[in-house]
Design a protein around this ligand. Structure first.
Ligand SMILES: NC(=O)c1ccc[n+]([C@@H]2O[C@H](COP(=O)([O-])OP(=O)(O)OC[C@H]3O[C@@H](n4cnc5c(N)ncnc54)[C@H](OP(=O)(O)O)[C@@H]3O)[C@@H](O)[C@H]2O)c1
Length: 311
């Protein structure tokens, strides 16, 4: 059964024991709100203790899902799958979110703050970006009060992609860059993204915001920055994207993970991880400042997507 409401609002965060959801939950608890979580791992150790009740997603049981959402002021949705695996494809994840939004409406949830991605596009040939756009449309069409936040790369201590760039820079003499490396990225700190999400729960107006950081780098510049700040010396080698994919697959066999997917390389190379908006970037924390504080730990251990979600 869901927790009792008490005087402060109760919010539901999908993935409060995951990455972005953990930072959102921390901010909500700090201001005295109640939080419950929907997760694929309700039995996983919960860093917030019994105060944050963990309930299963129940995507295949909409009535139970709606029951779990009863009494929720804002549903913060971080649920998504990075890479399609077995029968959990991006299309499946999008269908799950359609079920979640329908259940939220049935449960009387007041607002949804949804984390999407920059340049989500219903016509994209990349299933990640196409299905993210379908989810955004489903939320708009739900009639629910909502905010859609669109981050790019999200950097933070628990991030997988940047951590593993640093991990490779620390271990190998050569770091392969797909193509020219001149495509752009605009990373945002996970703490900034969490603040934007919590702020976006206020009010009723619908909001759509590219949630990007203050710096735009070329991919080359970003990798060089990580290399400098981690005091590593790997040589950056520009190679065809297919070769990076091949190297990633070989490494994936070694670490039993999907290091980088074909779609991720294509999205990166197509400048999809940078905002096209002319509005000022809402993120405040500079990647280089964050690296000054965290580079000594970054990439010390490989961070596995598969271990985090499937093992
Ligand atoms: N991380 C980034 O650099 C980045 C960049 C751009 C956009 N985003 C977007 O930001 C949102 C949050 O990302 P995040 O990195 O913070 O995610 P995360 O914490 O790893 O996962 C968020 C939620 O999705 C669930 N989930 C993730 N992979 C799953 C899988 N393979 N099978 C079943 N459930 C899965 C998690 O389940 P559990 O509760 O069981 O852990 C959790 O509830 C996502 O919508 C993502 O698309 C992230």
């Amino acid at each position: 059964m869901p927790c009792d409401n008490g005087p402060m609002p109760t919010h539901t965060v999908t993935g409060a024991t995951g990455y972005t959801g953990r930072y959102i939950t921390r901010l909500l608890l700090e201001r005295g709100d109640h939080v419950r979580t929907l997760t694929g791992h309700p039995d996983r150790p919960n860093p917030f203790g019994p105060g944050v009740q963990a309930l299963p997603f129940n995507f295949d049981d909409p009535a139970a899902l709606a029951h779990s959402l009863e009494g929720t002021h804002t549903l913060f949705n971080t649920y998504w799958v990075r890479v399609s695996h077995r029968n959990l494809t991006h299309d499946r994840a999008a269908a799950n979110l359609h079920t979640l939004f329908t259940a939220a409406k049935a449960a009387g949830v007041r607002r949804i703050v949804h984390i999407s991605i920059t340049n989500a596009d219903p016509n994209s040939h990349l299933s990640y970006f196409r299905c993210k756009a379908l989810v955004e449309n489903a939320l708009r069409e739900s009639g629910l009060s909502h905010a859609i936040l669109r981050p790019t790369l999200v950097f933070g201590k628990e991030d997988i992609l940047l951590n593993n760039i640093a991990w490779m820079l620390r271990r190998f003499p050569i770091f392969p860059i797909p193509g020219t490396g001149q495509y752009q990225v605009q990373p945002i700190c996970v703490e900034d993204l969490a603040t934007l999400a919590v702020d976006a729960s206020e009010g009723n107006d619908n909001l759509e915001l590219d949630s990007v950081g203050p710096d735009v780098f070329t991919y080359d510049e970003m990798v060089k920055l990580v290399r400098d700040k981690t005091h590593t010396k790997a040589r950056l080698l520009h190679v065809p994207p297919s070769l990076v994919l091949l190297a990633g697959s070989a490494l994936g066999l070694l670490v039993r993970d999907v290091v980088l997917s074909r779609d991720e390389i294509a999205g990166l190379s197509a400048n999809l991880l940078v905002s096209n908006s002319t509005a000022p970037a809402p993120g405040r924390i500079r990647f280089s400042d964050w690296l000054d504080d965290h580079a000594s730990h970054l990439g010390r251990h490989y961070a596995s997507e598969m271990a985090r979600h499937y093992r």
